[in-house]
Write a protein that binds this ligand. Structure first.
Ligand code: FES
Length: 597
């Protein structure tokens, strides 16, 4: 276990929670109430969190959102705990995990679960900008709303808040997103009991008549709602390269969680590689935090961007902000490499260096153009993909969207899917950014309320007219951005046979290609033959890469590839909820306590 002499916590602007001590592999370690285990370990320079069962290779923090399950550790004798979302507690015993880990027979048994049936008018899954805007719109016209979120706090990825135990002393140092998030959360608080939020609640299955199965507060809650809004957001598109599973290699969004929410630097010297504006934002946040950013590789050339100027000019403020980010990075001496992509990452046990190289307009590597950078942190950000596991479980129609580079649920002007009473909003409905997410959330909230019978459809249409008008303008901006930063299909040409594609099951591209050459032609078949997609994340992380590899093998349009079927449990749930002495609760029973935003 390596421990850095230097503490990677970012000082200034906040006061952390009380100092505590946790035990990591038998050694005491300083932490602060409110921190996640992952952040406390990262702050101490402990990057390797586990070794895989299959290859015994080291893994560390990757997505920091609880999605990838790469950061599993054993906590107080219980294996497979996600370090990135689990808070520290004084005296907690943490073991860096070998393989699947072992249950400590002396560890206390969890209490038996309960089964509760509930009915609510409107349930919203996800408490990011779309989910919160939907809740506000619905509650303001008199509907009681239940919001379900996996995280400990509302806000989603963009408005990710500081831990409750942290106190803000200088909000200006936390950036505009923090202030925007506070404003939205303030509106939710003003609505009082009209909006109830369940934190750390997992929707893991959907039963008949769209009944949601939710794990919350040691209860299995079967939830019937008149209307459902899915606002599950998005996650980062993986483009695997050799070495991308090394500790220190993470998504740009994962680095942002550490910087923004936990106030911890992910490392000291960073390289960012990918495409899209998120890289610019994260690189600037790294500079704010005092990190050295050595280079930023953007895979697109940006040469034809002027053609999309009319669309971009619909949001001049965002363009100005983007140019300011670029200016600052250049002044800080960051090498800005256009038409360059990540080739490989090297290191013994953690990242020591990374190689980037030139790519052509399709993303195909140009030989002889490689550059090596000595870094301890590599952030990969090839755009976002809608998180569609829940709309998939709900049986909604999905279409492959070439500009998004992934599957998107079908929805109409009211944000309703092809399933009556199921609405979508935000990045889970197609990647469109925070402003669109809020507008779509408002529209979905109003029309879901109409579906629940609390207002008429005409009232919902009238109330959502301002958002509909703005959406048109925002849509033009978004389409321009999508075209400029469109994912290049030949980026996947760099995925060598030895490269791990399925991080959970350690399945390589070679194994996937072999299955394809043996006659497998769809994602579900590949899953059955290789276990690719059967791991902890249920294929969330590997499905887009497998689809891209499949399309390349057949020289086919990805739009013709059938989406992988989502199977319950779509999220990891404690087995005691299914196996304990269950008692049947009554309808409308209260489960735990709803928490404030
Ligand atoms: S990466 Fe999680 S199942 Fe493949």
């Amino acid at each position: 276990m390596k421990q850095a002499k230097e503490d990677l916590r970012i000082e200034g602007g906040i006061t952390r929670g009380p100092k505590i001590e946790i035990i990591v592999n038998g050694q005491p370690l300083r932490a602060f109430d409110g921190e996640t285990i992952g952040a406390a370990l990262a702050a101490a320079g402990i990057r390797e969190l586990r070794r895989t069962e299959q290859l015994q290779d080291p893994r560390g923090l990757y997505c920091c959102m609880g999605t990838c399950h790469g950061c599993l550790v054993t906590v107080n004798g219980q294996p497979n705990v996600r370090a990135c979302i689990t808070p520290v507690q004084a005296g907690q015993q943490i073991e860096l995990q070998e393989g699947y880990g072992k249950i400590d027979p002396a560890a206390p048994e969890p209490p038996p679960g309960r089964l509760v049936l509930m009915q609510v008018p409107l349930v919203i899954v996800g408490s990011g900008p779309a989910g919160l805007s939907a809740a506000i719109a619905a509650a303001r016209v008199g509907t009681k709303v239940l919001v379900i979120d996996e995280n400990r706090q509302a806000g989603g990825q963009i408005y990710r808040q500081l831990p409750r135990d942290f106190k803000v002393s200088d909000a200006a140092r936390l950036g505009a997103d923090y202030a925007d998030g506070q404003s939205l959360l303030g509106q939710v608080r003003e609505l009082g009991e009209a909006v109830e939020i369940w934190h750390e609640a997992l929707v893991w299955s959907v039963f008949e008549s769209n009944q949601l199965a939710v794990a919350h507060d040691n209860a299995l809650v079967l939830l019937d709602a008149k209307a459902i809004i899915v606002a599950t957001g998005a996650y980062e598109r993986p483009v695997p390269v050799p070495g991308w599973t090394l500790p220190g290699a993470m998504t740009a969004g994962g680095a942002q969680v550490l910087l923004k929410s936990q106030r911890v630097r992910p490392g000291r010297r960073a390289l960012l590689a990918g495409t899209g504006p998120l890289q610019l934002v994260v690189a600037n946040q790294m500079l704010d935090a005092g990190m050295k950013v050595v280079a930023m590789a953007e895979s697109t050339s940006m040469l034809g961007a002027w053609r999309y100027l009319p669309g971009l000019l619909h949001q001049p403020g965002l363009i100005k902000q983007g140019l300011a980010y670029i200016y600052r990075l250049k002044r800080a001496g960051v090498q800005m490499l256009r038409s360059h992509a990540l080739r490989s990452i090297q290191g013994q046990g953690q990242v020591n260096s990374a190689v980037v190289g030139r790519v052509d307009m399709h993303g195909y590597p140009v030989a002889g153009s490689e550059k090596t950078f000595e870094v301890d942190t590599v952030c990969m950000g090839y755009g976002l993909i809608p998180s569609v596991w829940l709309t998939s479980l709900l049986g909604c129609r999905h279409d492959y969207h070439p500009l998004v580079g992934g599957w998107v649920p079908f929805f109409d002007a009211n944000m309703q899917t092809d399933q009556a009473g199921v609405f979508v909003a935000g990045d889970g409905a197609g990647i469109a950014g925070v402003l669109v997410a809020k507008m779509q959330g408002t529209i979905a909230g109003l029309h879901a309320t109409a579906h629940a019978g609390d207002i008429t459809v005409d009232q919902a249409i009238q109330a959502s007219l301002p958002q509909l008008r703005q959406l048109d303008s925002m849509g033009q901006f978004r389409r321009a951005m999508d075209r400029i930063y469109r994912i290049q299909p030949d980026l996947y040409a760099n995925v060598t046979d030895e490269t791990i594609v399925c991080r959970c099951e350690s399945i390589t591209a070679g194994e996937i290609r072999q299955a394809i050459r043996q006659g497998t032609a769809n994602l579900n078949d590949i899953k059955k033959r290789t276990r690719c997609g059967m791991g902890y994340c249920q294929g969330t992380n590997c499905q887009p890469s497998i689809a891209a590899i499949l399309a390349r093998e057949f020289d086919a349009d990805p739009a013709g590839i059938e989406m992988q079927t989502t199977r319950p449990p779509a999220r990891p749930i404690p087995l005691n909820l299914l196996m304990g002495d269950l008692e049947l609760g009554s309808r409308n029973a209260e489960v735990g306590k709803g928490q404030s935003a």
